[in-house]
Design a protein around this ligand. Structure first.
Ligand code: FRU
Length: 493
């Protein structure tokens, strides 16, 4: 008997040890692998692309995302799901919406149907409604033109369970191959949907989210048309002088200013039916290679009033082959979008959210032009002199990125940044025009595999991914004042 009890204890202890070491190995392999971002959102495992369905509801910011849970390359799309109370720390939730007989679940948006206009909830418990694109792979394979339609799903339990509407699709396809990514907003007395339709944005209206009427198309002759238009977002913003203008974001792939995917924007007016702009100049939200398909949160309370944005931190040129195994790709830092007026024109600026300051663990002043980075996760605040400058961030093994200002342009060179051989285009030098912009301040965010550069709090932004084999540990400055600040940041997982 004694032997038996001893054996039982040994057996239990062994199993306990195994399961806890499995757990910690699992945690380690899931969130501490090489290149795994430590304070940017990533899926627990496998493939992710666009952010979807971002909505704030009862104290939670929902983030859904294009997700293929069975592979680390793009495939049958689901909506993955996470929630956050502060837009910094995320709790992963089970997959929210899965493919069905109508197709895979492509990008889209979510709204709080406060008046229960859809009838999918009750007056006492109105629903959250997700509006997404069905991509029918069979129709696509057969080279039909009508394989993308719009469907909806709803939740009456804080987004935990989603029920597909039985009358799906709510918007059929008129025979256009690229017909997708519905972004829905509430405007005065009706719902407005912006939809990417090949090389234009179509606007639809509805009183109940179920029946949609085509209102107009936006397709100015001078816009960027280097690739298909995707993931639109339409929202009003107030300029510092109190004027209201409407912003239309349109992602485009390929055809970005530095190759592959990027997001152009238009500033104008929207009268409930059509969008107009007086501008005739292509403008880009981010000049880096890695901020795509970004859109903004809906239902942000008036007391907050900010326009909150997040993008997918990758580029279709190489997204499927970046050197990560267990998961593929991250989101950008969450950003606040604002509008400023400049010489009779409007400029969208995007700045890191105030909440990001929570990540600061310690702060050190750095004098001089060469110093140690001290922390792999870092925020740098640097002050250039008025002329040209060069900033190098690298390690003792010669891996580095170089960000420079020469005349009226800035460039970002990641050709020696670490692993680059998975894509020839990855080593291209990215450049952005300053159009006379004087650079007063640079704010940079370094995570294990990304660098985000904000000039003058977001007047010009470059978001770039990198894959250094060893953490960057040194900073070299030319053409800067010597009073830099280094904030060491903490991870979120
Ligand atoms: C943009 C996009 C969307 C589409 C989704 C598919 O990156 O191509 O247009 O809905 O990704 O995953």
């Amino acid at each position: 008997m004694k032997n038996y009890i001893q054996f039982l204890f040994a057996f239990l202890a062994f199993n306990l040890a195994c399961s806890s070491s499995e757990e910690s190995a699992d945690k380690e392999s899931r969130f501490d692998e090489p290149f795994r971002p430590q304070y940017h959102f990533t899926p627990p495992s496998q493939w992710m692309n666009d952010p979807n369905g971002m909505v704030y509801y009862e104290g939670e910011y929902h983030l859904f995302y294009q997700h293929y849970p069975d592979s680390n390359v793009w495939g049958p799309m689901h909506w993955g799901h996470a929630v956050s109370e502060d837009l910094i720390h995320w709790e992963h939730l089970p997959i929210a919406i899965e493919p069905d007989s109508l197709g895979w679940i492509f990008s889209g948006s979510a709204v709080f149907d406060a008046e229960n206009s859809s009838g999918l909830g009750t007056a006492e418990n109105p629903p959250l409604v997700a509006i997404y694109t069905y991509h029918d792979p069979v129709g696509a394979e057969a080279e039909r033109d009508d394989f993308q339609t719009q469907g909806i799903a709803y939740s009456t339990d804080k987004g935990r369970n989603w029920i597909k509407y039985e009358g799906n699709p709510v918007l059929g396809n008129p025979g256009i191959r690229d017909f997708r990514d519905p972004k829905v907003i509430w405007m005065e007395d009706k719902w407005i949907m912006s939809l990417a339709v090949k090389d234009r944005i179509s606007f639809y209206s509805s009183s109940n989210l179920l029946d949609w009427k085509h209102e107009s198309d936006f397709q100015p002759a001078w816009a960027a048309y280097g690739g298909v238009w995707e993931c639109p977002d339409l929202f009003p913003l107030t300029t510092p002088s109190g004027e209201e203008k409407w912003v239309l974001l349109v992602s485009i792939n390929p055809g970005g200013p530095n190759g592959g995917s990027a997001t152009q924007y238009f500033v104008g007016d929207f009268d409930g039916k059509a969008f107009f702009t007086e501008s005739s100049e292509v403008k880009w939200l981010d000049y880096g290679a890695d901020n795509y398909a970004g859109v903004t949160w809906s239902n942000i309370p008036d007391e907050d009033g900010r326009r909150l944005f997040i993008g997918w931190m990758s580029n279709w040129t190489y997204a499927n082959v970046v050197p990560t195994e267990n998961w593929r790709s991250a989101k950008t830092l969450p950003r606040e979008i604002n509008l400023i007026e400049q010489e009779g024109d409007y400029l969208v600026i995007s700045s890191p959210l105030k909440e990001v300051e929570k990540l600061r663990e310690s702060s050190i002043k750095k004098e001089g032009i060469e110093w140690e980075l001290d922390s792999e996760l870092a925020e740098l605040i640097l002050f250039p002199d008025q002329g040209d400058f060069s900033l190098e961030i690298g390690n003792a093994d010669g891996e580095k990125v170089v960000f420079e200002k020469k005349g009226d342009r800035v460039t970002f060179d990641r050709s020696k940044s670490g692993i680059t051989d998975f894509s020839e285009a990855f080593s291209d030098i990215h450049s952005a025009p300053l159009n006379g912009l004087e650079i007063d301040e640079l704010r940079l965010f370094l995570d294990r595999s990304s660098i985000e550069i904000f000039i003058n709090d977001g007047e010009l932004v470059m978001t770039e991914i990198v894959f250094p084999e060893f953490p960057y540990s040194q900073v070299k400055l030319t053409g800067f004042k010597g009073n830099s600040t280094l904030h060491a940041l903490r991870g979120i997982w």
